[in-house]
Design a protein around this ligand. Structure first.
Ligand SMILES: [Zn+2]
Length: 608
């Protein structure tokens, strides 16, 4: 080898020089190319080369419909064509924008908004330009696609809610994923992707959403699709058939609408099927789901907070409907229902007087049944004094108060206080005065209309648990709540008497027995001066100072113990007396549920 090398001293050098030159040229070319690829226009070629010109385009699934128990559509999809652009290169931006402005007659403001969006977004990410394209626009834009590869026309779905505000607070609405939701799933970044944000839409989002599909395509250097490599079909979301009854919901909504703020719930016993869940005021979910800014502004600025679903998240002092709990605690703890207590209109603790609602003359001597029928506060003060808070709070929790039922997203748990709660939250020891107030549903105790209806359902189901549900489900195994059957029977009879001769008689429709309890929750204390002046009725006060009106109960009472019953709750904010306003609404609901002829309408809707 050495021999050979020496024998031809100049040729290898020449060959070497040629090769080096060639390699330098190639290397220089590669370097330049690399630099171009890495630092070229907005990394376009870098992106295309690194990703091997392959792109994934998400295919959105159609969201499942929401139906009532009879198949009436509560939420559906309307197909529409929409135009997206793939965010263009900086050098192409103005050209694409001016084309869009001309073709879609975009206003200057709309074009500016698009420009801002384009500047904010990454290259090639999709930006929604226009929804609900007309056929004419679709055909014209399709022709333009051949020399403007950034244009993408796709078919999407717009969510619509035929019953609008009647079911608004139950169906909820959908909206674009927030930053956290976006980061949890890459497909959530699609500008047309929507997630459930409230109500059924949020609670059952996984069922309704379906599964995203995708198109895997090869694109050329200019971003135009060369061919489709793979296609995975989107899986449509499952329809959600609920237990709700659209006819009943509409009826109940219109009953409550004359009041500024109210809620009612109907639960079928023993299945737990929720038949209606009404909140007033409500909102029209179609506009909110479509992100209409005016609708959002109106909903957010409304002082009556229509976005608050009062049936599940309105928390109220239960007032005298809570006497059901105190009564059961007394019966369970051996207090005799025959024992009489004399009501002289008030009860004194130290130098403080706790008044009965009939504070002027008092109720005189009564036993438990009479006290329940007349809703005498003094009698219940006497029970509370002997029981203490612990057994009362324990019965309240067993009946489902103080915790969410899990029915819908956004539900509130209310409050059942205890000695530990007061020490922790108010840094004060529990007092007898607290027990006295809680025994009649005032003081630090809060319930939701849903909890009240569930409580009524437990009693209607003879002390067995009723699980409220919005989707048909097999009946769960019977679970006894552990009360003595005699206590439950006494309670059922007492509540039937309340709606026959007592404060709840306005809730009884002609031709049926119903059981229930009324409540009138004070929102402003009645002062001694008001008492002296005889101003005990709050009807002539400003709306926000009037009492809340409540009712819970079930029908039919008595009769076949295995038959279907309907447990209901009605809460009317600042509606005045429970035995008048809420009881009358309850009667109208019972008439509808039991298909009884409606009695002559009495209107207790206050002047607003
Ligand atoms: Zn009394």
């Amino acid at each position: 080898m050495r021999e050979g090398t020496h024998s031809t001293p100049y040729r290898p050098l020449r060959r070497f020089s040629g090769m080096v030159l060639f390699e330098i040229c190639v290397f220089a070319f590669l370097l330049t190319r690399l630099a171009f690829l890495q630092f070229g226009e907005e990394g376009r070629y870098d992106l295309l080369s690194r990703k091997n010109c392959i792109r994934f385009i998400p295919v959105l699934p159609r969201r499942g419909d929401i139906l009532d128990r009879n198949g009436a559509v509560l939420a559906a999809n309307t197909a529409s064509y929409r135009l997206f652009i793939e965010n263009p290169l900086k050098t192409r931006r103005e050209e694409v924008l001016s084309l869009l402005q001309k073709e879609l007659s975009l206003s200057e403001a709309a074009t500016t908004k698009l420009r801002k969006e384009s500047l904010k977004r990454a290259y090639l990410s999709l930006i929604l330009v226009q929804d609900n394209l007309s056929w004419e626009q679709v055909s014209r834009l399709s022709l333009l696609q051949t020399h403007c590869s950034e244009l993408h026309i796709t078919m999407g779905y717009t969510r619509s809610y035929p019953y609008e505000e009647i079911f608004g607070s139950v169906t909820g609405y959908i909206g674009a994923p927030d930053a956290q939701e976006e980061s949890s799933e890459p497909f959530h970044k699609h500008p047309d992707h929507r997630l459930g944000k409230a109500g059924l839409e949020k609670t059952f989002d996984e069922t309704l959403q379906g599964a995203m599909g995708f198109r895997k395509v090869e694109v050329n250097a200019t971003g135009s699709t060369v061919r489709q490599l793979e296609f995975s079909r989107a899986v449509q979301g499952s329809p959600l058939k609920t237990t709700l009854d659209a006819k009943l919901q509409a009826f109940a909504y219109h009953l409550l609408k004359p009041y500024k703020a109210a809620a009612c719930v109907v639960i079928e016993v023993p299945s737990g099927a929720v038949r209606c869940l009404v909140s007033v005021p409500s909102y029209a979910p179609t506009a909110l789901s479509n992100g209409e800014s005016q609708a959002w502004k109106a909903a957010l600025q409304d002082p009556m907070h229509p976005l608050l679903s009062r049936a599940i998240a309105g928390q109220y002092p239960p007032a005298s409907v809570f006497k059901v709990v105190t009564m059961l605690a007394a019966l369970e703890n051996g207090l005799s229902p025959q024992e009489k207590v004399t009501c002289s209109g008030y009860w004194e603790l130290g130098n403080h007087r706790f008044h009965c609602w009939k504070s002027v003359s008092g109720h005189g001597p009564l036993n438990l049944l009479e006290a329940t029928c007349q809703s005498c506060d003094v009698y219940f003060f006497s029970l509370a004094r002997r029981l203490g808070i612990t057994p009362i709070a324990s019965v309240a929790r067993t009946l489902g108060l103080g915790e969410a039922t899990g029915l819908l997203y956004g539900e509130k748990e209310g409050l059942v206080p205890s000695r530990a709660w007061k020490l922790l939250r108010r840094r004060q020891a529990w007092s007898l005065a607290d027990t006295i107030l809680v025994s009649i549903g005032q003081g630090p105790i809060l319930v939701t209309p849903l909890q009240l209806a569930v409580l009524a359902a437990h009693i209607a189901h003879h002390g067995k648990r009723v699980h409220p549900t919005l989707v048909e489900a097999p009946l769960p195994l019977e679970e006894d709540l552990g009360f003595r059957p005699e206590s439950i029977v006494y309670l059922q009879n007492a509540l039937t008497e309340v709606c026959t001769t007592g404060t709840g008689r306005r809730a009884r429709p002609a031709g049926a027995l119903v059981a229930g309890k009324t409540g009138t929750a004070q929102v402003r204390r009645i002062s001694e001066q008001d008492r002296v002046l005889g101003k005990l009725d709050t009807a002539d006060r400003a709306w926000e100072e009037r009492d809340h009106s409540l009712f819970l109960g079930y029908a039919p009472a008595g009769g076949d113990p295995s038959g279907t019953r309907y447990a209901i709750s009605v809460v009317i904010e600042h509606g005045g007396k429970g035995g008048v306003t809420a009881a009358t609404v309850a009667r109208q609901l019972f008439e509808a549920l039991l298909e009884l002829p409606p009695q002559e309408q009495e209107s207790y809707a206050p002047a607003l």
